[in-house]
Structures are given as structure tokens and as C-alpha cells.
Design a protein around this ligand. Structure first.
Ligand code: CO
Ligand code: ZN
Length: 333
């Protein structure tokens, strides 16, 4: 594969899916992959589990469907909405951004008058949907409603920009891998998980159900390549990354070595990732039941958890081609 499927990726990135509200994303992914897999299940929490049957090891591939968001906590008499965070939401990044609710309502995030930007906290901020009273706002929005950043995707020849790349880009890589993969000796479970941003919740229950022999998550990771960025060796555009560690797990050495060996065999451009904070679904998978050797294939991403997360097309395509070939072979370590 040498070009992104712009139409599919655009729809996937534009679909509403803050944590706990992944239904529309799940329906879209299901419709895209159904004919390419042997069975599709949806578990009690909403994880989408697509199996490509094989006689070998059970391998669980996981990418999370959810994205960070905001939930309405209070509507004041002027019609402004107070909110709480769903996942890692930064006040400074959120200021003056647009948000979209499931019913299509668009709002903007504003803040009280503050003497210093240091005082900018989520509880000083509100969502303005243009309503002039509580009654008017309540006709469209209720307490407990959820919204996500609204910023239509940009996909050009170099890069993709979207607030939902974390982790729709992981879902996209899995979807394309499913479509491209012909034969595999492995028993493959592609799991599109829910509620990762709230603490790897969907991965925990789905790993319990699948009972995999090996776990591999697909997720975004940070880079150290922007001006005066925190020191980190990953660069956008220099290949997908094989994780050594993050805050949720240390990659199983055997599996990590296997992933590296395969990357070398394929002449794939890859990097090794050491992330000093954060976690992915593999953090939950590797601790399920009696333990599961796990690792992560990451996409170096700039501006994570913002309205303009950015990845390089090269890294995404590299990850798809690598994964497709990787899964056609047995995992011997
Ligand atoms: Co995230
Ligand atoms: Zn993620």
C-alpha cells in the first residue's frame, strides 16, 4: 500500500467518539471490515472484536476507538455550559476551540476573565453554544452530554491533522491490515477498544475474553522533533515505532526482539520508542489473567491531545505494510 485511503480515513476521523460514546465509530469500522474477517463480536462494554481465524497463536491486536472529550456538568441561567474532562484535556489547548456534541451542536470554549494564564483551569471555563438562557440551552443540551474537539481532518500528501488521530490512526492501521492480509498462520483478534483514555478500560475486559497468547497495541506516541521539545529520540516521518517502554508497561523482550527482527527483515523504516509517561491498551493486556507478552506499534505524533494532532503519511503507510507482513508469519520467540 503506498497511498492512504483518504475517504475511509476522513470518515473515521470525523466520526463522533469521545470515551464511552464510541457507537458511531464502532458501526463504521464494523461496516468496513466485516467482509474481510471470519467473525465479529461486540462485548458488554462496546469493544468490537473481529477475528481472522487461524490454527496458531492467539494474537490480540488493539486500537482504541475513543478520543478525549468534555462532559457538561452544569448549565447557568445565561445558557453557558460548565464541563468536566473525559480523559487528558488541557485548559490552555482547549481555550477558544470548537467542540461538537453528538446531536451536531457546535460550541466554543471560553474562559472567565483571569489576571494570569496560570489561573486557567477547566473550572474557570465554559462552553458557549450561542444560547441566551438556560431554557434555550436545555432545548439542545442536557447535563451529562458529551462533546469532543471539532476540527475537520486535513489529509494531504505529507501529513494528516485531526483531533482524533489518538487513536483513530491506530484503528485505521488495523483496518487496512485486515483488508490487506491474505493468509495467516495465527489466530488473529483485532480488537477496537473503548474507554482507553479513561484508563485502558475496554482493553482490560476484551483481553479477559480473548485470552491472547500475545498482545500488540497500535497507538500514537510523542515526538522530540519540534523546536526545543522535551528530549526524546522519536521523529515524525522517520518510521513507525516499536515500544521499549511507557508508564503502563515494559515491552516483553522476546516479543520486542521479534518485532525488531521482522522490521529488519522487511527493510522497514522504524524507530525504538521510550516514552517516559502515558500508557496504551497493552498496559492492560499484559496484566490480564496470568499475563500476556505484549508490545506496541506506535505512530510518532505531534500535538497529542490537541485539536491538531499530526502524523506523517509515511509512518502510517509503513506501519500498515509492516503489520500486514508481520502477521503472515508465526511469532517464534
Ligand atoms: Co490519548
Ligand atoms: Zn491513544
Amino acid at each position: 500500500m503506498n497511498k492512504l485511503d483518504v475517504k475511509t480515513l476522513n470518515t473515521l476521523l470525523s466520526t463522533f467518539g469521545p470515551s464511552g460514546n464510541e457507537g458511531a465509530v464502532r458501526e463504521f469500522i464494523k461496516s468496513e471490515i466485516e467482509e474481510h474477517v471470519d467473525e465479529v463480536q461486540i462485548d458488554a462494554l462496546g469493544n468490537l472484536i473481529a477475528r481472522k481465524k487461524g490454527i496458531g497463536k492467539k494474537i490480540m491486536l488493539a486500537g482504541h476507538m475513543d478520543q478525549i472529550g468534555l462532559m457538561v456538568t452544569y448549565i447557568d441561567k445565561e445558557g453557558f455550559l460548565r464541563f468536566t474532562n473525559i480523559g487528558g484535556v488541557s485548559p490552555t489547548i482547549s481555550l477558544s476551540q470548537r467542540v461538537v456534541f453528538e446531536n451536531g451542536t457546535i460550541g466554543v470554549i471560553g474562559s472567565e476573565h483571569l489576571e494570569s494564564v496560570k489561573d486557567l483551569k477547566l473550572d474557570k471555563m465554559y462552553i458557549d453554544i450561542g444560547a441566551s438562557s438556560k431554557e434555550e440551552a436545555e432545548k439542545i443540551i442536557s447535563i451529562g452530554d458529551v462533546c469532543g474537539y471539532h476540527n475537520p481532518p486535513i489529509i494531504d500528501d505529507l501529513k494528516v491533522i485531526s483531533p482524533s488521530l489518538d487513536d483513530r490512526i491506530g484503528c485505521y492501521i488495523m483496518m487496512e491490515t485486515i483488508k490487506n492480509l491474505k493468509e495467516s498462520p495465527n489466530d488473529l483478534y483485532f480488537v477496537f477498544t473503548v474507554q482507553e483514555e479513561l484508563g485502558l478500560r475496554g482493553a482490560r475486559t476484551s483481553a479477559y475474553r480473548v485470552e491472547p497468547d500475545i498482545g500488540i497495541a497500535y497507538d500514537v506516541t510523542m515526538t522530540g522533533d519540534t523546536p526545543k521539545a522535551r528530549t526524546m529520540s522519536l521523529k515524525m516521518g522517520e518510521g513507525f515505532a516499536i515500544k521499549a517502554k511507557d508508564n503502563s508497561m515494559i515491552s516483553h523482550p522476546g516479543l520486542k526482539n521479534h518485532l525488531v527482527k521482522e522490521a529488519k527483515n522487511q527493510n522497514a523504516t522504524y524507530q525504538i520508542e521510550v516514552l517516559e509517561f502515558g500508557g496504551t491498551d497493552s498496559g492492560a493486556i499484559h496484566l490480564s489473567k496470568e499475563g500476556v507478552p505484549s508490545s506496541v506499534i506506535s505512530i510518532p505524533t505531534r500535538y497529542i491531545h490537541s485539536t491538531c494532532e499530526m502524523v506523517s503519511n509515511k509512518d502510517v503507510l509503513g506501519a500498515i505494510n509492516y503489520s500486514t507482513k508481520l502477521l503472515t508469519k508465526e511469532f517464534d520467540f
